[in-house]
Design a protein around this ligand. Structure first.
Ligand SMILES: Cc1ncc(COP(=O)(O)O)c(C=O)c1O
Length: 418
């Protein structure tokens, strides 16, 4: 069934833009975008690629697929260029996977707001499985097993598990031990894994161990990633999928490429030029990324501190630019203000305090819970100059334009919970 409403995060982003356009001052924690200037060498590659105006190969040029294969191989996911497909964003690749892999879908709950609608468009059921206390992005293993068995007993066919490593919305990374447990269940229950690793290069501590399920059960894992988040070029739309070696992987890749050929044809030529450069990870790009990561980490930790100071519980963020606080401990104070569920929470934060967040029920969470996602990637300044300053600052939290915004957030949460 095709709906008529925009995806809630994009709808909220447009609402914020409209209200700001009308003169309202809004702190935007409601959209997963890093507000940073495009790195100069990327712009240069884009311009250099402008002459590439013909349709290209559906899966992407050899050069871009070689670069992406190298990118995955350096992350211990050995890949050859013919296991790679590039596309205008990882979103269409995830949709294609939904169309091509048979069976129903198992999702961590909460999870990114697009997984469930995509499954629905593909005619699949989506089963939400609670996440563990320690992190998001993976279902709690015992609950996963139970959900699979219960669904099969009712005649459904859960077959695909989506993992987000690191996670949107919690900003956390599942440890290797948990990933291994999920992989073991996948083997036992004959499940396939889609590992969405779009935040992988945004781990705040680069030494933190990352295990992709593609290292453990390579034949049953497809990995997706892209440049939207790590390099803050979401509007350029560059995504990539890495398919398993072997008969199943080849079949799914053929299906995704066929779908691509009927829907988007190919990734735009200039973007392939950018992607070939970026996936080769030259040293200047790695240094730029390291600066981005430091900034995300510092600001996400500070917003996390504000929510905890106001009385919420919240998993400490370790990757990306999100936190997912739970205000249940201060439910009494919120109820006195008329905030009784996740919907009224989002509404009042915006209307009374001018703070935009995305309510948890949009992410599959309980409507009655007092949880939301705060995306912290838009707090680096309104102008390119401010954003550059933030990127280069030894301590971005001491920059006036950032301090002012963080103080407003802290005061809003504190006042709300008083
Ligand atoms: C977890 C996750 N996966 C995928 C995407 C889609 O990214 P893109 O289509 O820009 O590659 C997003 C964007 O918000 C995301 O948060």
């Amino acid at each position: 069934m095709i709906g008529r409403r925009l995806s809630p995060n994009l709808a909220l982003n447009q609402l914020v833009a409209r209200r700001r356009g009308d003169g309202e001052s809004i702190v935007h924690l409601g959209f997963g975008e890093a507000r940073l200037p495009a790195f100069r060498p990327l712009v240069e590659r884009l311009v250099a690629g402008a002459e590439r105006s013909l349709y290209g190969t559906v899966a992407g040029s050899t050069a871009v697929r070689e670069a992406a294969a190298g990118y995955f191989t350096r992350r211990r996911v050995a890949a050859a260029p013919d296991q790679i497909v590039v596309a205008p964003g990882s979103k269409p690749l995830l949709m294609a996977l939904n169309m091509v892999i048979p069976g129903d879908v198992l999702l961590p709950r909460p999870c990114w707001n697009t997984y469930a609608p995509q499954a629905a468009y593909a005619g699949k059921r989506a089963f939400g499985v609670p996440i563990p206390d320690e992190c998001g992005g993976v279902p709690e293993p015992a609950a996963l097993r139970e959900t699979v068995r219960a669904a099969r007993a009712r005649g459904h066919d859960p077959r695909i598990v989506v993992l987000t490593l690191p996670d949107n919305p919690t900003g956390t990374l599942a440890p290797p031990s948990l990933v291994r447990e999920i992989c073991a269940i996948a083997e036992e229950e004959d499940l396939y894994l889609i590992s969405d690793e779009i935040y992988r290069d945004l781990l705040h501590d680069p030494a933190r161990p990352v295990l992709s399920p593609a290292e453990v059960v390579p034949r049953r894992t497809v990995v997706t990633t892209g440049l939207s988040k790590s390099l803050a070029i979401g509007g350029w739309r560059i995504g990539v999928a890495c398919f398993p070696d072997g008969a199943w992987g080849r079949d799914i890749l053929a299906g995704v490429t066929s779908f691509a050929s009927e829907v988007w044809s190919t990734l735009a030529g200039p973007m392939q030029e950018v992607a070939a450069y970026a996936f080769a990870e030259p040293v200047e790009l790695r240094e730029h990324l390291a600066a981005i990561v430091r900034l995300h980490g510092a600001v996400a930790r500070e917003v996390h501190r504000s929510t905890v100071a106001a009385g919420a519980t919240c998993r400490p963020p370790t990757g990306g630019f999100y936190i997912y606080p739970d205000f249940e401990p201060v439910r009494g104070a919120l109820e006195r203000r008329g905030i009784t569920d996740s919907d009224s929470f989002q509404r009042q934060l915006l209307d009374e305090f001018g703070v935009a967040v995305l309510a948890g029920h949009h992410l599959g969470d309980d409507e009655g819970a007092l949880r939301f996602k705060a995306a912290t990637g838009q707090l680096y300044g309104e102008t390119q100059e401010q954003q550059e300053l933030a990127l280069r600052a030894e301590d971005p939290l001491r920059l006036r334009h950032i301090t002012e915004t963080l103080t407003r957030i802290e005061e809003s949460f504190a006042k709300l919970c008083r």
